[in-house]
Design a protein around this ligand. Structure first.
Ligand code: ATP
Ligand code: MG
Length: 235
């Protein structure tokens, strides 16, 4: 794979080994990957091949066992905790397999949280929260708590939370996994819009149809990149 120092995300030989009960799991083995600002990347591969592990590393939620990751020209391993959480809070939006909504915050407060981190004023936050909830058709549940919602509704709130913050990088792990095809298509449209506004998107999906909206598909197998394809619908 060619070196590209202008890439927003530059992974070189990234490996991740999990140790549990003396069993070593090699979740990622020597991933080298460059992602440019504004790309829409789809990561595909069978269950257990390392897709979520890769997203966690990209989002600074986990660290690689070896290899180097530089983000916007900065080596991630050299960042201190404050710098890491600043990037997580300000630059990255997450839509994860398990929704990670905060249980004792309402729907409204969950969606508002990234905007609080960004230092937006109450009025501006309100406009953005209501707009995001409107988009995922969850306005009528804004005062509910996550446990009072269905799985698909929780996922839509997680999407609203991620998109309302207009992140520079969006990491989406099966963002349509719990949604019917109509809501799934809507979420994909929202991801496309965010990408058009300049966000870099890394998405994992099992739904082949949605691979088409990506500009590039990276195929993982057993923790390795085995193939890369340029999506047919693009370029
Ligand atoms: N915290 C952990 N501790 C131990 N092993 C882990 C941990 N997280 C992931 N693994 C292992 O690492 C491998 C990759 O897991 P990962 O969750 O990245 O797969 P995935 O490609 O996202 O799969 P799926 O499509 O099922 O979500 C799996 O074998 C998994 O069991
Ligand atoms: Mg996964």
């Amino acid at each position: 794979m060619s070196e590209n120092n202008s890439a927003l995300i530059h992974l070189k030989d990234i490996s991740k080994v999990f140790l549990t009960d003396e069993i070593e799991t090699h979740a990622l083995s020597g991933i080298s990957l460059d992602i440019n600002e504004g790309e829409f990347l789809s990561i595909s591969g069978p269950s257990g091949c390392g897709k979520s592990t890769l997203l966690s590393i990209l989002g600074l939620l986990d660290s690689p066992s070896s290899g180097s990751y530089s983000l916007a020209g900065k080596e991630v391993a050299s960042l201190n905790n404050n710098e890491r959480s600043r990037i997580r809070n300000l630059d990255v939006g997450f839509i994860f397999q398990s929704f990670n909504l905060i249980g004792d915050l309402t729907v409204y407060e969950n969606v508002e949280l990234p905007l609080v981190y960004r230092g937006l004023k109450t009025g501006e936050r309100k406009t953005r929260v209501l707009e995001a909830l409107e988009k995922v058709q969850m306005s009528h549940r804004q005062n509910h708590y996550p446990h009072q919602l269905s799985g698909g509704q929780q996922q839509r709130v997680a999407v609203a939370r991620a998109l309302g913050g207009t992140p520079r990088i969006l990491l989406a792990d099966e963002p349509t996994g719990n949604l019917d095809s109509k809501n799934g298509a809507k979420v994909m449209e929202m991801l496309q819009d965010l990408n058009k506004e300049g966000a870099t998107i890394c998405m994992v999906t099992h739904d082949e149809r949605y691979n088409e909206i990506a500009s590039r598909i990276v195929h993982l197998f057993d923790g390795k990149v085995v193939d890369e394809t340029v999506a047919a619908a693009n370029h």
